[in-house]
Structure formats: structure tokens, C-alpha cells
Write a protein that binds this ligand. Structure first.
Ligand SMILES: [Zn+2]
Ligand SMILES: [Zn+2]
Length: 346
């Protein structure tokens, strides 16, 4: 396609302030492609860019967005043949890796010393066009059975909870708790069910039982229920607990519910800024643990998206036009969206 010389992008211009500006369309450099964006999910982590906590923030007029879906429209020198024009690709949190630093040489690409993060250290997808390194590209199916808006959140929210379930040590038939029923939790329940776990949904809200069960939970408990009795005593404890609720208290409450060798996997950052509390006896008696997990790199994202397409795991989304990027962002920061907000381009 003919690439326009300029395009529109939502840039960070102040703390938590986005502005849609007309900017020059970049030319892809060595090993880079230019992507015409069709959908870009708004993640709570956009805050790292918009508040200048990571990356150049307002000073660099960074464009947030690390759940990006679009087609390649141009390729720079040295780009592999498979990333040809018109290929549908995704971009997640990992903005590419060097392949030569100590961590990359150990195969730990998300820990690349280059520290490239889409929409944080380099421009992301809240724009009509974005440049990406080929090492960050996620191949997406054209016949996924879901819209680009529905696919976008799978690139960060979806992959993060997928990786959490993969690293948890839980096996088919095991009891797995999903704590929290928002953007991450509603995907975690679907993955956990389709992976063959006995899925226990726990939420702070008492009115989410119907939703949790519709998404695939076998049982539902409100945080006010006697969880120790229901999960630890009656079910023998959880092999894994995926902590998506952004609350230190909610995360801490999962540790006493672990069964033998159980693992709490933390993926939600507490918005109250409080540390989690763990009673050592709970860890020793279960010989369990608490660990964190983040979004994976491109090939790991392809695996979780392949699974999502095969098993119909979909994100529930609210679509916004680029002009309403600020509204979509504020909504997420205020914890208002039921699931995921996605900026879409027609
Ligand atoms: Zn994210
Ligand atoms: Zn590296």
C-alpha cells in the first residue's frame, strides 16, 4: 500500500495526559517493519509510559500501546522473507531482543539487556502506524474466528496469565484458583478451564458468579466466603493460584489456600502500593511458594494465541476510536472497564 507521509498518534504530553497529534510516518530501519495498526489494547501498564515511570514518557512524546494488531506495510533491510507486506502480525510487551547479550544467549529473551518494551521505551500501537523490530513480531492467523480488537488483549493480558498457568506446576485435574475477574482474570478462567484444571474463581464482588461460570469456572466464591474451609479443607488446597486482582490483601489471602507444592503466581500489581504478607508456616506446611510472572516474548505469544484460537478463548472488549484514547486510558486507570478497552482503526 502507499504509506502516507504523516499519520495520527496518541502521544504522552504530560503526566497521564495523551494527545492525538499528526506525526511523520517513520521509515523502517534495518531489521524493522512498518505496521498499519488495526487494534491496540489499553493496558494498565500504559501508566508506566504515561506517568514517565519507564521510558522517555512526555519528554519523548512516547506513543503507548503494547497489545497491537495490524498488517505489515513496509520492511527495512535485512527483514526475513516471512515478514512480507500484508502479513498479519501482533506486537506485545517485548519490543524485540538483541540475541547477543548474556540473557539472550541463555534463551531468556524477555530479560534482554536492551530492555526494549513496546509502547514504553519505544513507540507503541495507539497510532495509525508503528515501527517494530522483526524479533518482536507475533504471527497471527487471518482466520482466528475473532476480531482484531478481540485478539489484541491476548498479546499482553492473555499471554501473561497463560505464562502464569504454564509456570505454576499445575497439571490437568488439579485445583487452580483464579483470583480477580477483570481484564486478566476473565482470560485466566477461560485458559484454566480449557487446559483441564478444576477452576475455582474468587472475586471481591459478590455478584460475579454467573459471569465466572459462563467463562468456565467450576465453582465460584466471593472473597467473603470461608475460603480456607471451601478450598483448603474440602478441596485439599490449590495446586496454583493465579493472582490477577490488583490488591495486596487479595494476593496475601491466597497463600493459606495452597495445597502441597502449590504456587501463588502474581501477575497483578497492587494499585494500593502495599507489600504482600506471607505467614512462613503457610509456606512451610505446603512446601509451596509465591512467584511472579510477566508477558513472554514473540514465540511464546504465538503459542498462547494458537491455543486461544483452537479453543475459542476470547477477550471481552469495549472499542474506542483513537480520538477517545484519553477516555479509554482514564477509564482503565480508574479501574472502570469490566474487561479490556481497545482502540480500533477503521
Ligand atoms: Zn500490558
Ligand atoms: Zn539481548
Amino acid at each position: 500500500m502507499a504509506v502516507p507521509k504523516q499519520h495520527r498518534a496518541a502521544q504522552v504530553v504530560g503526566k497521564d495526559k495523551l494527545q492525538v497529534n499528526t506525526v511523520d510516518t517513520p521509515t523502517p530501519g534495518v531489521s524493522e517493519v512498518l505496521i498499519k495498526v488495526s487494534a491496540s489494547g489499553v493496558c494498565y501498564s500504559d501508566h508506566f509510559a504515561a506517568a514517565g515511570i519507564m521510558g522517555p514518557g512526555a519528554e519523548g512524546k512516547i506513543v503507548p500501546g503494547h497489545e497491537v494488531v495490524g498488517h505489515i506495510v513496509a520492511a527495512g533491510a535485512g527483514v526475513a522473507k516471512e515478514w512480507a507486506e500484508n502479513t498479519l502480525v501482533g506486537l506485545g510487551w517485548n519490543g524485540g531482543y538483541c540475541g547477543t547479550c548474556a540473557n539472550c544467549r541463555k534463551g531468556d529473551f524477555t530479560a534482554c539487556a536492551g530492555g526494549r518494551v513496546t509502547g514504553i521505551t519505544q513507540n507503541g500501537g495507539h497510532a495509525e502506524f508503528v515501527v517494530a523490530d522483526q524479533s518482536a513480531l507475533v504471527r497471527l492467523p487471518e482466520d482466528a474466528g475473532m476480531s482484531h480488537a478481540e485478539m489484541a488483549p491476548l498479546l499482553c493480558a492473555g499471554n501473561t496469565v497463560w505464562e502464569a498457568l504454564q509456570c505454576s506446576g499445575a497439571k490437568g485435574g488439579d485445583v487452580v484458583i483464579v483470583s480477580g475477574l477483570g481484564g486478566l482474570g476473565h482470560l485466566a478462567i477461560q485458559y484454566a478451564r480449557k487446559l483441564g484444571f478444576y477452576v475455582v474463581a474468587v472475586s471481591g464482588s459478590p455478584d460475579k458468579e454467573e459471569l465466572a461460570k459462563k467463562l468456565g469456572a467450576h465453582v465460584y466464591f466471593s472473597a467473603k466466603d470461608d475460603l480456607k474451609k471451601e478450598i483448603k479443607e474440602k478441596l485439599g488446597g490449590a495446586a496454583a493460584a493465579i493472582a490477577t486482582a490488583p490488591s495486596a490483601e487479595a494476593i496475601s489471602s491466597l497463600v493459606p489456600l495452597l495445597g502441597r507444592r502449590g504456587m501463588v503466581v502474581v501477575v497483578g500489581v497492587p494499585t494500593d502500593g502495599k507489600p504482600i504478607e506471607v505467614n512462613p508456616m503457610d509456606l512451610i506446611s505446603s512446601i509451596g511458594g509465591v512467584r511472579g510472572m510477566t508477558c513472554g516474548y514473540a514465540a511464546e505469544n504465538e503459542a498462547s494465541i494458537r491455543f486461544s484460537v483452537q479453543h475459542g478463548v476470547k477477550s471481552m472488549v469495549t472499542e474506542y476510536p483513537l480520538d477517545k484514547a484519553q477516555e479509554a486510558y482514564d477509564d482503565v486507570m480508574g479501574g472502570k472497564p469490566r474487561f479490556r478497552n481497545v482502540i480500533v482503526f477503521k
